[in-house]
Design a protein around this ligand. Sequence first.
Ligand code: ACM
Ligand code: ZN
Length: 560
Amino acid sequence: MKRILLFLSALAVFSCAQPQPQAFQVIPMPADVAVSDGSFCVKGAAVHFEDDLDEASMAAVLRFVEAVETATGTQCKWDEGGMTFRVNPSLAAEQYAINITPKSVTVEASALNGFVYACETLKQMLPAAIYGKEAVKADWVLPCVNILDQPRFAYRGMHLDPCRHFFTIEETKRYLDVMTAYKLNRFHWHLTEDQGWRMEVKKYPRLTEVGAWRNGTMIGKDWGSNDGIRYGGFYTQEEMKEIVDYAAKRGITVIPEIDLPGHMVAALAAYPELGCTGGPYEVWTRWGVAPDILCAGNEQIYTFLEDVLTEVMEIFPSEYIHIGGDEAFNESEGIPWEHCPKCAAKMRQLGIKKGPMAKHYLQNYVTARIQDFLNAHGRKIIGWDEILEGELAEGATVMSWRGVEGGIKAAAKGFDAIMTPSSHLYFDYYQSHERDKEPLGIGGFLPIEKVYSYEPFDGLVPGSEKHILGVQANLWTEYIPTPEHLEYMLLPRMCALSEIQWCAADKKDFARFNESLDHAFAIFDAMGLNYSLDCRGQIGLDRQPARTPEELAQLEKPAW
Ligand code: ACM
Ligand code: ZN
């Protein structure tokens, strides 16, 4: 009997057997799925483009076909009668349809994003080794299924802070790869900070000669310490264009952030004349909110910002540019604008009266000038929810981070908003209560169930839902010095984020999602990504058994 079972399971592993339909394990769960009996074998299958797919869509499909060829160790044939990729103009840009029978796979989309997402869904229905770099013997079949799928939100973002700790272009591409696998479409790249300026700006070379480097970093959570090791790095304009291009091919728009008027100490260290006191300033070596900010009363800062943003626009085609706006004022360490003759003169000129709101109105002025400049160049601003304090000019989009209130208020006032509440979507928070076993987090407690439970429309004034463009999680890196640690904080929580962003509220189901995570873990293994198993009770960075591609293929066939 045992021998017969072994024989049968070997058959299942090494040939195109017909698995029984079970729970369907794609994340984010597609909108409409109807699984039927039977399966289609992709190994050596014929592939065919019908109609004129544009170049980018064809390239996306080719990446999928290459992955099939690599993982199965068998070339596909360019011929009709197998997998057909077809343009269907009646579908929306991010929508796709998949029909699989025992004899054919038909994929339809109208644009790049639809084809990218269709291919990602196909990959998730195959053994996780499809994400690897080696040929593997496995059950290389797709289930017979009909899928029609589209996202709930147009803006599906993930943020990265490469300033507190620096992540290379290759590491950033891996971040984009895993975003692609879960159908995210906005990469918010936070390029400037008190602790390091990361973007090459040709007109202001000292921003990277001086501003990209700090004289040490505080050690762990010891605020009085400094490791004395010079730390930094920056991206050349060519490298940033490479990221924009890499992301665009995967349907992801890169939204750069130049944070202003606060979080600017690295720039002040390079050009001290832009600050209220004239400095000298040093690139910050500790975390927190630096009191020194750009001098709103000095006309030079507007020239500086316009010059920087001109180069930003040359690199980043995104309609939206993020202009920060958060944490401009450090109440406990002093607010330079309140002691600066130039800022006082500017407030008089603008008719801003003394009082607790004065600094907010002055910040409104800075925001509005930059907004006018970007609008004149066909771009729009996003700012953190502090930009809502005082008076915000029409057309700005508010990123709600200090909770949901900023987004709710913005939407009620008719501003577009993106929800990134720290309560549910700050991935620098701990995932377990056993902090001594965890790699460092900034604080808090954000297990995957809590991420998953977030509902972006909760609390909105009825009728203002249309202003919620979407949802994003943020990953600040004060305590995250390595890519392994970064991935541990990101994964699998980003999978939960993807279902908030993609799935209709009534399609979300934590029990189903949680079961699907085992296949996601196998995908991360195949991609060579680190991840947290906190939700499976294994806490910490050192807990992972390395799996071989063969083990992966056998252990982690998705259920469908
Ligand atoms: C923020 O977390 N300071 C936007
Ligand atoms: Zn000033």
